[in-house]
Design a protein around this ligand. Structure first.
Ligand SMILES: [Zn+2]
Length: 454
């Protein structure tokens, strides 16, 4: 009995010493990042000197060069590229739309959705039909022919975690065109995936169903979406004019940019940290996902700067083409499987550079349950919970292909969809301190996973 008591005392004593030394080490990470971080200046270069990085655009390649250099600067021992065939869709200039009521014509803030086809040259004019959801589309399928469908499905404000509202609304962006084309629509307009109060239109990927004619689809800013909805109920026979030259070119070559830091004990076991290098084109891709790229690079820089020696090989991956198909993620996960690589953990930051709140995981729940004892170590820097709610889109396939536990940094989500895929996703809308907190929590997580395993 006494031995038992002594044993448990020893256990608690060494346990708390361990936790104490970890909290001291994480404090060192935080001090290093607050005082010497290059995340913010890296983000400035990526956004202001390279700018939008749509798959297949010339900036894709400038960004790849920048990524290689930034990883070398951060201390990567080996930097290399991994090839992926990526889509090459071009916007072909600005889309236009007009609301036509009688003799009045009002210009609308619109942007073509990624993968949309063009309108016929000179644009299309057709009656507008307001549709709130797919159930209504089905009920009114006989009224759709020859019209432009306007999907007005707002974010549900009751979801405090705004990604849930996005998830619920995004099928209208992704599948709205083909669902409307099935009943003879000639074009579509969709309320932007946002809950902001401004009028920026938000682009994003749409997907055609090859069974139906391909019709053009644009997103409209929220103020103009409200105007359209009001007009639909107050005016008789409103019409829309839409015009876009968007079109797809043949697939082209893109690259994941990878920086490696070799492990001292398990060099053949990998921990991945990443973000995606591509972005939509109306702005600079600062929150989405410049922040995730510079977060990941900063994890490497800071851990090296304070003299950490990893046990496992740490890979920083700047993924290509997350936005328009996830081809970079597929290339990474399938090569890992092909080479039979042992991946223990993969973390992505792709939800913005805001104040960190949580880490979300996908994989073996018992691994996360065991790891949960480390949660108090994160609280001083913002992360207060670990949830099992999926991982970043670029690391999720690695969980499927190798069984690695996958995760994502979840920052505060209230402002993310103000900027997501819109013209205001610029460097100025990223806060330096919030960005650095994200890197601190990620570096702390990587340190603990590397030190103790999973
Ligand atoms: Zn993203």
């Amino acid at each position: 009995m006494r031995w038992f008591l002594f044993g448990s005392f020893l256990y608690f004593f060494t346990g708390s010493v361990k936790a104490q030394s970890d909290s001291v080490f994480i404090r060192k990470i935080a001090d290093e990042i607050f005082q010497h971080s290059t995340a913010y200046s890296n983000l400035h270069t990526l956004t202001k000197t390279i700018g939008p990085r749509l798959s297949g655009s010339s900036q894709t390649y400038t960004a790849e060069k920048w990524g290689q250099e930034a990883l070398k600067q951060a201390g990567a021992e080996r930097v290399y590229l991994q090839k992926a065939m990526i889509p090459h869709w071009v916007r072909g200039g600005r889309a236009q739309a007009l609301l036509i009521t009688g003799k009045n014509r009002q210009s609308l803030a619109v942007i073509a959705l990624g993968n949309s086809v063009s309108t016929k040259s000179g644009g299309i004019t057709a009656p507008m039909i307001l549709i709130h959801d797919f159930d209504e589309l089905e009920r009114r399928k006989n009224e759709i022919k020859g019209k432009i469908v306007f999907y007005n499905h707002p974010f549900d404000v009751d979801f405090v975690w705004t990604f849930k509202a996005y998830e619920e609304a995004v099928p209208y962006r992704a599948y709205g065109a083909s669902r409307a084309a099935k009943y003879g629509a000639v074009g579509a307009l969709v309320r932007s995936m946002s809950s902001s109060t401004d009028n920026f239109p938000h682009t994003g990927a749409m997907i055609y169903n090859d069974s139906f004619p391909k019709i053009p689809i644009l997103a409209v800013g929220l103020q103009d979406a409200d105007k359209l909805a009001a007009t639909a109920s107050s005016e008789k026979d409103p019409e829309l004019f839409i015009s876009t030259n968007a079109h797809a070119l043949p697939d082209t070559v893109g690259y994941n940019v990878i920086g490696e830091w070799k492990g001292s004990e398990f060099p053949d076991q990998f921990i991945t940290v990443g973000g995606h290098l591509d972005s939509w084109d109306p702005a600079e891709g600062a929150q989405d996902d410049g922040a995730g790229c510079v977060h990941s690079i900063e994890v490497l820089r800071a851990l090296k700067a304070i003299g950490y020696k990893p046990k496992h090989t740490i890979r920083i991956v700047l993924f290509t083409d997350e936005e328009n198909g996830g081809r970079g993620a597929s290339a990474y996960s399938s090569e890992a499987k092909l080479k039979n690589e042992k991946h223990i953990f993969a973390l992505e930051s792709d939800a913005g550079g805001f104040t960190p709140r949580e880490f979300s995981f996908k994989g073996n729940e018992s691994q996360v349950a065991l790891f949960r004892k480390n949660l108090p170590l994160f609280a001083p820097y913002g992360v207060t919970s670990f949830i099992m709610n999926g991982a970043g889109a670029d690391v999720d396939p690695l969980n499927d292909s190798t069984g690695a536990l996958a995760a994502e940094l979840i920052p505060d989500s209230q402002r993310y969809f103000d900027y997501h895929h819109a013209g205001n996703d610029v460097f100025e809308n990223v806060n330096k301190r919030e960005l650095e907190l994200g890197a601190i929590n990620m570096a702390a997580l990587i340190y603990l996973v590397d030190k103790y395993g999973l």
